[in-house]
Design a protein around this ligand. Structure first.
Ligand code: SF4
Ligand code: SF4
Length: 428
């Protein structure tokens, strides 16, 4: 067998990527990855899998998606943890997360969206307009949702460039909201049946539910080990595992994460860690961080702290709750999905006390010394909710650092200074 690198350029050309711009992106990501990840000491050996995944982020996984489509399958893009991947999987689709974590083609984006739009929306739009994302180009359907105002209006514009379907999400969690959401899931099934050409069955949904639950259970195991002191894995590595969970092959990902969890449990038993036992332990809560957004974790850990948990959609909100596997009918299985998915504590809900409760519970479980509230600039929901989170954490005796930022590197120096001062305070 030849070890020569595979030439993916014909595949990228077929997908319609702008090869010149794409080359630039593929030069930038490995540099960022090497600086944030490969410079770490004593990483778990199992993280070699994620090094490989990142080295093939637009290669092997895209080839798998292209092959899946050639065999009659579909690829469905999503932007939010409220979209049930179990339904997509049960209908023979592959679910891929499309949120992007880097500034791209902002000159084109700002012709459509106001400058004061959050980086997550601008970036997702930029990756599409700039033709540099093979995931969105592979998607047969892109599912948006009415979580925040920015997103729900952006989908109207994105719909001019890609096939978009929008799910309506309630903004409260009363019984009538659950009933509405349950019906909304039926409407999603109808749309996905049309796109995939398949019919949802109870057996397929139960199988997909079990597989996705297994993925979440593996992430729960990996993250549970972070409660130990010293922490057996860096926050950056744990974040990467959740980021990759949104687009990797489900059974393979589950197997690899369980292997890392085995290794972490051995590390905990032998007292081995990636940071010293007296390193300040930080819980991060807020808006999601998509690849390659590792900025804040990197700053905290390079300043001598260790991130021990993430209360965010690229963190506990993705893996901490499972879908009940007790249903005996398709209706019952759909009811179980509706209950689980409405129980995500996004700041787009009011009230959102569940998020506060989670932050306080997790700070205790993971022995956090302090809380870093992370919000993207211009994200009104999280920036406003930061006040309640900060007040509640301080009342519980937890110091809080509020960070409002974007995907640029311009504020790294200033943020580092603030984080260093925060960590010093946690040590005192
Ligand atoms: S923060 Fe809210 S809108 Fe964003 S992915 Fe999470 S649930 Fe969806
Ligand atoms: S970060 Fe905030 S403004 Fe941006 S998409 Fe998410 S909820 Fe909306």
């Amino acid at each position: 067998m030849s070890d020569a690198p595979v030439d993916y350029r014909p595949m990228w050309t077929d997908l319609g990527l702008d090869l010149e711009a794409h080359d630039l992106l593929l030069t930038a990501i490995p540099q960022l990855y090497a600086d944030a990840y490969l410079s770490q000491q004593d990483r778990p050996e199992g993280m070699a899998y994620f090094d490989f995944v990142m080295s093939e982020i637009h290669g092997l996984r895209i080839k798998e998606l292209v092959d899946h489509k050639a065999a009659g399958g579909t690829v469905i893009g999503t932007f939010c943890v409220y979209v049930p991947e179990e339904i997509i999987r049960a209908l023979g689709g592959v679910s891929v997360g499309l949120c992007a974590g880097a500034e791209w083609a902002y000159d084109q984006v700002e012709q459509l969206l106001p400058r004061n739009t959050c980086a997550l929306i601008k970036s997702a739009m930029g990756f599409k307009l700039g033709k540099v994302c093979p995931y969105v180009e592979s998607a047969d359907l892109v599912i948006g949702e009415t979580t925040c105002d920015g997103k729900k209006k952006a989908w109207e514009l994105l719909g001019e460039y890609a096939p978009v379907y929008v799910m309506e999400l309630p903004q409260m969690k009363r019984p009538q909201d659950l009933a509405f959401w349950r019906e909304e899931l039926d409407r999603l099934v109808e749309k996905l049946e049309e796109v995939t050409g398949n019919t949802l069955t109870f057996e397929a949904l139960q199988k997909a539910t079990k597989e996705v639950n297994d993925k979440r259970r593996a992430l729960q195991r990996l993250n549970a080990a972070r409660a130990a002191s010293p922490a057996p894995i860096s926050g950056k590595d744990a974040l990467l595992a959740v980021q990759v969970a949104f687009y990797d092959d489900v059974p393979r990902f589950t197997e690899m994460v369980n292997k890392i969890a085995d290794e972490l449990e051995q590390r905990v038993a032998s007292g081995k860690g990636v940071a010293t036992a007296d390193a300040p332990r930080v819980l991060i809560t807020g808006t999601p961080m998509s690849v390659p957004n590792w900025k804040v974790h990197d700053i905290v850990e390079k300043a001598g702290g260790v991130v021990v948990a993430e209360e965010m959609c690229t963190g506990s909100r993705y893996y901490d709750k499972l879908v009940s596997e007790d249903a005996t009918t398709l209706e019952g299985a759909m009811d179980a999905l509706a209950v689980k998915y409405l129980d995500v504590n996004c700041a787009c809900f009011t009230p959102n006390q569940g998020r506060i409760d989670d932050v306080l519970r997790m700070a205790k479980e993971y022995k956090a010394d302090g809380v870093l509230h992370y919000a993207l600039q211009f994200c009104a929901t999280y920036q406003i909710e930061a006040t309640t989170v900060e007040r509640s954490a301080q009342e519980a005796g937890l110091p809080v650092l509020r960070v409002d930022t974007d995907y640029s590197m311009e504020d790294v120096g200033q943020l580092s200074t603030r984080v260093e001062a925060f960590l010093e305070m946690l040590k005192a």
